[in-house]
Design a protein around this ligand. Structure first.
Ligand code: NAP
Ligand code: COA
Length: 256
C-alpha cells in the first residue's frame, strides 16, 4: 500500500456494489487506510464476504441490502448508515449493470434498467448523502464511471450513455456542492481483468484486449481502489469535478 496507515482514520464510507469486484476492493482499501465501511447492493450473499474482510482489518463493517434504483430504499440505506456508523464522510457510487447488446436489438427496458442503476442510482445516493456530508462539514463523493462514457463503443449504448451522464453529474454536483465542502470526483477505469463483470463482457478476449493497451495488460482492481483512497483523503483536498482515467493508456490508441 502506497499510503501511510490511518490516512482515512476517523472517516466513515459507503460503497454501493461493495460486495463484489472493484467495489469490494475499494471497500477493503478504504478500511486498510483506516475508514469504517458500509457496503450495499441487492444481494446480501454478495455483501457478507466483503463485510467480513473489512471487519478482519479491524474496522467497523456494515452490510445493507438495497437496490439503488429504489428512492425509498436509498433513503432507508442512508438512515441505517447514519445509525450504525454515526455519519458519513465518503460515498462511492460504484453499483452498475452492463451487458453487450446491439442498439437496434436493445429493449426500452434494457436501456432504462442500466441507466437507472448507473446514473439514476448515483444521483439518488448522492442526494441522500448530501445532508450527512453537510453534517460533517463536507466530504467526498467518488463516482465510478468508465472510459466508454467518453468513447464510442459498439454494443454499449446503454452503459456508455449512463456513464457519460455520470461524468456530467460529477461536474454539476462538484460545482453546486463545492461551497458546502463536498468534493465530487470520478474514476474512469479501462478494462479491469480480475472482475466478474469484465470476464462476462470480454468473453475470453483478454489477450486481444491487452494488445490494444500501451501498457500491454488489463488493470487490477487494487489499481482503482488505491486511487479511491487518495481521492477520499485530504491529500486530494483541492481536486473536485475531475474524472481521473486509469486505463493503461488504452484511450490514447487510434488504429488506421
Ligand atoms: P460487478 O462486480 O458486477 O459490480 C457491480 C456491482 O453492482 C455488484 O456488486 C452488484 O451487486 C451491484 N449492483 C448491480 N445492480 C445494483 C442495484 N440495482 N442496486 C445496488 N447494487 C447493484 O462489476 P465490476 O466490474 O466490479 O464493476 C464495478 C464498477 O466499475 C461499475 O461501476 C463498472 O461500470 C465500473 N467499471 C468496471 C470495469 C471493468 O473492467 N470491470 C471497467 C470500467 C468501469 P448485487 O448484484 O448484489 O446488486
Ligand atoms: N441482452 C439484451 N437485453 C438484456 C440483457 C442482455 N444480455 N440482459 C438483460 N437485458 C434486458 C432484459 O431483457 C430486460 O428488458 P425487457 O424487460 O425488455 O426484457 C432488461 O434488460 C432488464 O433485465 P432484468 O434481468 O429484468 O433486470 P435486472 O434489473 O434484474 O438486472 C441488469 C439488471 C440487466 C443490468 C443485469 O445485467 C444486472 O443485474 N447486472 C449487475 C451486474 C453487472 O452487470 N455487472 C457488470 C458491471 S459493469
Amino acid at each position: 500500500m502506497v499510503f501511510r496507515d490511518g490516512i482515512l482514520g476517523g472517516k466513515s464510507a459507503l460503497i454501493t456494489g461493495g460486495g463484489t469486484g472493484i467495489g469490494a476492493s475499494i471497500a477493503q482499501e478504504l478500511a486498510r487506510a483506516g475508514a469504517d465501511v458500509a457496503v450495499a447492493s441487492r444481494d446480501p450473499a454478495h455483501l457478507e464476504e466483503s463485510r467480513r474482510a473489512i471487519e478482519a482489518l479491524g474496522r467497523r463493517a456494515v452490510a445493507i441490502a438495497c437496490d439503488v434504483r429504489d428512492a425509498e430504499a436509498v433513503e432507508r440505506l442512508f438512515a441505517q448508515v447514519k445509525a450504525r456508523l454515526g455519519g458519513l464522510d465518503v460515498l462511492v457510487n460504484n453499483a452498475a449493470g452492463n451487458f453487450l447488446c446491439p442498439a437496434d436489438k436493445l429493449s426500452p427496458n434494457g436501456f432504462r434498467s442500466v441507466v437507472e442503476i448507473d446514473l439514476v442510482g448515483s444521483f439518488l445516493c448522492s442526494r441522500a448523502a448530501f445532508p450527512l456530508l453537510c453534517e460533517r462539514g463536507g466530504g467526498t463523493i467518488i463516482n465510478i464511471t468508465a472510459t466508454l462514457g467518453s468513447q464510442g463503443v459498439p454494443l454499449q449504448v446503454h452503459a456508455g450513455s449512463a456513464k457519460a451522464g455520470i461524468d456530467a453529474m460529477t461536474r454539476q454536483l462538484a460545482s453546486e456542492w463545492g461551497p458546502r465542502g463536498i468534493r465530487v470526483v470520478a474514476i474512469a477505469p479501462g478494462p479491469i481483468g480480475d472482475t466478474e463483470g469484465m470476464r462476462r463482457l470480454a468473453g475470453g478476449r483478454d489477450e486481444e484486449i491487452a494488445r490494444s493497451i500501451p501498457l500491454r495488460r488489463l488493470g487490477r482492481r487494487e489499481e482503482i481502489a488505491w486511487l479511491a483512497v487518495y481521492l477520499a483523503s485530504d491529500a486530494a483536498a483541492w481536486i473536485t469535478g475531475a474524472t481521473v482515467v486509469v486505463d493503461g493508456g488504452q484511450r490514447l490508441r487510434a488504429s488506421f
